[in-house]
Design a protein around this ligand. Structure first.
Ligand SMILES: Nc1ncnc2c1ncn2[C@@H]1O[C@H](COP(=O)(O)OP(=O)(O)OP(=O)(O)O)[C@@H](O)[C@H]1O
Length: 276
């Protein structure tokens, strides 16, 4: 099977620092993929290379066998949709207007939205369960509702690859699971960054573990989320178990050992003061 996205020997550096180095991986059509790693590991930079917000990288990125640098901007927007951490939404627009913006890569200059495209927008609104508030103003929605609107806008683009940068950011536990189970049912290839390793284990088919700009491991969650790798990358004591509710792998963390020693010390001094 030909990969949908193929990344080979991808490196990117700024004037002073290497940010990504020699990344190699492939994503299959329809697969759900999570990039995890510590702050500053290069997760967002990698995404930015893929949708060519960064273009001065070295290496090869191809989509359905075609190098992305050969794709015209509009063609790229028809194939890759992006939901960023910081939305660029004009606050006074309605949900419907925002979702329709996803059609822009499919419209020619001054053309109107046709009936087929209207039907497509309605279908996506229904799929994300936001039809009821399509006339509401975007910035009066809850964080979870806003995230669903932004994903709807991205889906209306009819992309082959949906890129989500921290889609669960600022969402409570309920909305985190709601968004990710929804993402799981979209039927498009998804590449998303996640900080929560357990959400990655629950919802991703494959995990890419990034540290200091390097791909430390990639594969199914059980292959990547091993105690040895997690401990090495996040520098915390770790233990693995199974979540009894969904039977998926669950990662448990504790405070770093030296911190525990400090806490114990502080408690000891406090106890000593309280009970001389
Ligand atoms: N345009 C830039 N110029 C200089 N340095 C940059 C630029 N973009 C990113 N960096 C640096 O590259 C490193 C990786 O940043 P990036 O945002 O990709 O990490 P991340 O894994 O997404 O982090 P986080 O989890 O904190 O969001 C950081 O040290 C960041 O400061």
């Amino acid at each position: 099977m030909t990969a949908l996205l193929s990344v080979k020997q991808l490196s990117w550096q700024t004037q002073h620092k290497s940010i990504l180095s020699d990344l190699n991986f492939e994503l299959n059509a329809g697969s759900i993929n999570a990039i995890v790693g510590p702050n500053g590991a290069g997760k967002t930079s990698l995404l930015r290379c893929l949708y060519r917000q960064i273009s001065d990288y070295q290496g090869y990125i191809s989509l359905s066998g075609q190098p992305v640098e050969q794709l015209k901007h509009k063609m790229l927007a028809q194939q890759i949709a992006v939901v960023n951490q910081h939305s660029d939404i004009h606050f006074t627009l309605s949900v419907y207007e925002i979702v329709c913006m996803g059609l822009i890569p499919h419209l020619s200059l001054f053309s109107q939205i046709n009936s087929v495209q209207k039907q497509w927008v309605d279908k996506v609104l229904a799929q994300l369960d936001i039809t009821d508030f399509k006339d509401r103003v975007f910035n009066r929605l809850s964080g979870g509702e806003q995230q669903r609107v932004l994903i709807a806008r991205a889906l209306v683009q009819q992309p082959q690859l949906l890129i989500l940068d921290e889609p669960t950011n600022h969402l409570d536990v309920h909305f985190q699971h709601q968004i990710l189970s929804l993402v799981n049912q979209l039927g498009v290839c998804v590449l998303m960054t996640l900080h929560d390793l357990n959400l990655a284990a629950y919802y991703a088919d494959n995990i890419l573990l990034l540290n200091q700009g390097k791909l430390v491991a990639s594969g199914v969650p059980e292959q990547v989320l091993t105690p040895k790798l997690i401990q090495q990358v996040f520098e915390l004591p770790v233990s693995l178990g199974i979540n009894p509710l969904n039977k998926k792998q669950h990662v448990y963390f504790a405070a770093p050992e030296n911190k525990v020693a400090i806490f114990e010390d502080q408690n000891h001094s406090r106890r000593s003061c309280d009970n001389p």
